[in-house]
Design a protein around this ligand. Structure first.
Ligand code: ATP
Length: 238
């Protein structure tokens, strides 16, 4: 289980995350939905342990900054950060060595096949198109088979086939018992995928929407999102 408790992150005068609380149980997909600047990337970077913050974050009971926790965490950043002088294959081999993976070759080939990179193994990082870079970044995040995986705006730049594969993959991760957290501002892209959506506004979680509670409601996630982000400040639970 991912447990984020009372996390506050300030960049000088800007409060990017204001007392964030969220929980993702095993086998569930959480979504961070919010307009530009709402604080989605910041909370993801806090969970990954990249930033200093107030509050507490635990992954399966482990401090998120511990090596033990990092071994079970994966991250797909908003902007792919590849090595220009490593090939596609070398990126994945590098990840395999960093995580000391054994028996990863089959998984590596399956990921490359799935994201249409199998014939691009020898291409260098700086020879890849934007979409190909994003696909390789996704493959790098998934190769260690993390228990918790954080995707920051993963659909941006992907072609329709890759979006379809990614959506299938989210479902497989859920079935595998992984904890998944996806940030987006594109409501359509996550339809049917999520268990709990955290709607963020101005650094706060303005509303928590549970899929099971929405099913009996006449409102869609989109209706709730616009009520919250275009309406008066509100903190509610649906
Ligand atoms: P987007 O959808 O545009 O990616 P976001 O919801 O991910 O936005 P964040 O990137 O978390 O939002 O930014 C939250 C706030 O923190 C914004 O006001 C932003 O300007 C500010 N911020 C983010 N990174 C920094 C930084 N390195 N230094 C100063 N302020 C920052």
């Amino acid at each position: 289980m991912l447990e984020v408790s009372h996390v506050t992150k300030r960049y000088r005068k800007v409060c990017a995350n204001d007392d964030i609380n969220l929980t993702i149980p095993d086998g569930e997909i959480g979504v961070l939905l919010g307009p530009n600047g709402a604080g989605k990337s910041t909370i993801i970077k806090c969970i990954m342990g990249f930033l200093k913050y107030e509050g507490q974050i635990r992954v399966n009971g482990l401090n998120n900054k511990s090596v033990e926790a990092k071994k079970i965490m994966g991250y797909v950043p908003e902007i792919p950060s590849l090595y220009p002088n490593l090939t596609v294959d070398e990126h994945l081999e590098f990840i395999a060595r960093a995580y000391k993976l054994k028996d990863y070759k089959e998984e590596k080939e399956a990921l490359l096949q799935r994201f249409d990179l199998a014939d691009k193994k020898k291409k260098f990082g700086d020879e890849l198109s934007k979409g190909m870079q994003q696909k390789l970044s996704i493959c790098c995040g998934l190769l260690p088979r993390p228990k918790l995986i954080l995707f920051d705006e993963p659909m941006i730049g992907l072609d329709p086939h890759a979006i379809k594969e990614l959506k299938l993959l989210f479902q497989e991760l859920r079935e595998r018992g992984c904890m998944v957290l996806v940030s987006t501002h594109m409501i359509d892209s996550i339809e049917e995928l999520w268990d709990t959506t955290y709607i963020m506004k101005q650094g706060k979680i303005a509303s928590i929407v549970e899929r099971q509670n929405l099913q009996g409601s006449d409102k869609s996630l989109e209706d709730i999102f616009f009520e919250i982000t275009e309406g008066a400040d509100a903190e509610s639970e649906v």
